[in-house]
Design a protein around this ligand. Sequence first.
Ligand code: ADE
Length: 230
Amino acid sequence: MRFDVLTLFPEMIENACSHSIIKRAVEADVISINTINPRDYTLDKHKKVDDTPYGGGAGMVLMAQPYVDAYESVKKMKNSITLLMTPQGESFNNEMCRDLSKFEQIIILCGHYEGYDERIREIIKPKEVSIGDFVLTGGELPALCIIDSVSRKLDGALGKIESMEYDSFEDGLLEYPQYTKPREYRGLEVPEVLLNGNHALIEEYRKSQQIERTKLRRPDLYNKYLKSNK
Ligand code: ADE
């Protein structure tokens, strides 16, 4: 999987991807992460990437030319998708994450501070993606959420110990509660069932905890789960 990220702040992407599991996935050639700075594609000597909006209004708007030229400089692979990070996009979730993990290349366009000239959308026709109903200062953090969550779905990215088999959402339910040593901490005991080595019982306990948790915390997911398990 290759990620090509168009960003005015490439260090934000590069720094965040040089730690832990994502760093290891890059070293193991499971993923590669490339950044392209639209500022390098400007045509004026001031390297201007934004300008005031036509019709007036507050703030600046990202100019189409540097973004479109930067985008067109990216060598497209056969099985490629282009995403534009914006709070106006489709909400990102585990299902979209799984779909994205099937591509060979994901090109991600990040804005910063301001809006995009609409012609960026008209020319590039990206899939627009939001990571939630809040506004960030730029698309770099959303892009990193996508890179991180998609990468961990790829074969060879996670070690056995970090397996995603029991991840929240994988079976439509939230994850069960986990405990490690010591057996008692500040008077709080690890549930007895986890200590007796009866794997069938443990599995049953964990499943019931998953269901209980999801019902309490995410009734929307719980109702979906009920419908698909009828
Ligand atoms: N850019 C700014 N806010 C965003 C969000 N919530 N999702 C995706 N891109 C964004």
